[in-house]
Design a protein. Sequence first.
Length: 267
Amino acid sequence: MAAAKGDYEPAGELKIGQVGIANLRVRTLDVERLATEMRDRVARAPKLFARAAVVVDFGGLARTPDLATARTLLDGLREAGVLPVALAYGTSENDALAQQLGLPLLAKFRAQYEPAAGTPSAPAPAAKPAAREITAEAAPAKAAITANAPARAQHPGGEPGLVQLTPVRSGQQLYAENRDLSVLGTVGAGAEVIADGSIHVYGALRGRALAGAQGNEKARIFCREFHAELVAVAGHYKVLEDIPMELRGKPVQIWLDNEELRIAAFD
């Protein structure tokens, strides 16, 4: 039955929010190599990368690839186990290519997960991936604060830090924009905490923690009990499979040293 006149209730509610999307910044246009690298990532951490949404960023190339090459790359990525969903903003040629591929363009959607060699990148402005490249990860938009409204605190720089008083549960995402983040409880498996500054977790860290989201290489991650699925600082990342067994379940700190992600136990 047709809606009554004057009834403007939409059939579908559209909202724009923060989503977890990986950004693949193409540095060398070698389709076979790119697909192989992605296949390896999926094999190493299938819970994180299998069927992950990926934005393809051609901003690191001298020239935008032609339509046939781009299609071959997208097909290769799909066969590797991920789902290309958009191109990152770039030149007018990149815009035209996106239209030919039938894909949207995405600008900065979360954080920078993929540092390009020598030049910081943002998925047009987007991602700065990681100690291998993930741009994955991940990446934003505006902060989706968890359902439990967190309190604010002051961190040393005088900027307000974000304090989460309750656990961050599976499926929740917490983003501290332009500040540090402190979680007084645990970060559950499948949860994600992101900060443009450092991250402090006073309980167990089981989900994902992404510090220095806008490229701050001095940011650090601290936690009392390390079981993280993925950790990243300024785009450099490691997954749990990369972490020595002796560090699991221990208090650790994570930082960048000459663009290499370091993880060490502390008392």
